[in-house]
Design a protein around this ligand. Sequence first.
Ligand code: SAH
Ligand code: F3S
Length: 489
Amino acid sequence: MLVQADIFMEKTIDESKQGESLILEAKQDNHRKLFIESYGCAMNFSDSEIVASILSDQGFNTTQNLEDADLVLVNTCSIRDKAEQTVRKRLEKYNAVKRINPKMKVGVLGCMAERLKTKFLEEEKIVDLVVGPDAYKDLPNLLAEVDEGRDAINVILSKEETYGDISPVRLNSNGVTAFVSITRGCDNMCTFCVVPFTRGRERSRDPQSIIEEVNDLWNKGFKEITLLGQNVDSYLWYGGGLKKDFSKASDLQKATAVNFAQLLELCAKAQPKMRIRFSTSNPQDLTLDVIETMAKFDNICKHIHLPVQSGSNRILKEMNRLHTREEYFDLIDNIKRILPECAISQDLIAGFPTETEQDHQDTLSLMEYVKYNFGYMFTYSERPGTMAERKMEDDVPEDVKKRRLAEIVQLQREHSEIKTKEYLNTTVEVLIERESKKSNTEWSGRTSQNIVAVFPKEDYKIGDLVYVDVKDCTSATLIGNAIGYSKDN
Ligand code: SAH
Ligand code: F3S
């Protein structure tokens, strides 16, 4: 189901993959076993592929068996309290396994590592290694320390690191879709959000290395990529490092700068048959250029994930979201005008501090205006160190948050159903990704709009791009029959 209530899941990740261990093609000379699992956003899954690549050169092959592991790594998420609790529970499980396999070492990666730092080593006796999101290249040194019996930690954030020079190993892959990281960190400082503290300053990756990765993926048979960043629309390559002030830049530097619309175009042209998606867009940074570039290229998927968080101007301001409800509507109008077939999805938070019933009604009326195809909805979770935690009281009672969330989820369900039904008796183009979860005689794939479609397998195979006649649907899934290969297959 695409409508997700306050659960531990981020948008681009298939729910069934949360926490799943990763498989890496074995190198014969490697004798140590790594069990690595990831929680949270797509970026964490992508980062684990970088980590597995770094450790592959250190003698590690991955295993799916926790009991066999010499090294267990968990890539963690801090976005909501619930996400952190899930990781704490996993540590208990590792503890039980360590009693049987005392030589096993345990490392914590990602946002919780960055947030808790040495506290992790103090609070969780099982943990031997703590590594923040910008320090993965230091893993060989840190592991050497751990091998000598010492705890090891590196949580230094970088202004430059993009891992652009590391070729990620594609783990847990269907061989069809892949993530390509293009920016790291976030400079936006939304007052509820822990990401700027755990992932540091925003930096963009060299476009050349991005295009090389896209070409390499195509040559390996991949058919769809998702360009990833906390805020992809603020991508700006300017020779690396932090974004610079254009007003002080020389003309030469300006001429060589690459923004997100230009990067999209470069990717779309480099592989005209590769489907291209991107996530996530912040409304304040999504420009008309990007929407127009999407319109220009068939292979750029017609879906924009456009988190709004709240429909109330007062709350948007308290959240430090740098746009108003009216500006958001203008953006939605522009998307609908330039890209009438584009799907739009949201993230929403219920019960931000000081949120009144009227603010909540504003959120519902904003949803009515946009009629999102799907969305990810959460109750507000206070995060230590954020502006909201320091300056505001978490004053909306839990039961009120939950009731407002339920109303938001219910409305989204109704809208999803309306939007999904629009495809009834039409023909859609679907990229086949995997077997349907409900039936082993059916394929499951997604349309350009990111809507899931299921249909009988016949002689089609994973990776085929096919036309599907839509005969039926649930609120989030199209059901039909394939009628042939797409002209672009
Ligand atoms: N730009 C990021 C956003 C990361 S957080 C991206 O790439 O998706 C994903 C979503 O989690 C946010 O859009 C927001 O809706 C939700 N979220 C973030 N902090 C939260 C908090 N403290 N409580 C509840 N939800 C939160
Ligand atoms: Fe978080 Fe806002 Fe950045 S939600 S990731 S601070 S755009």
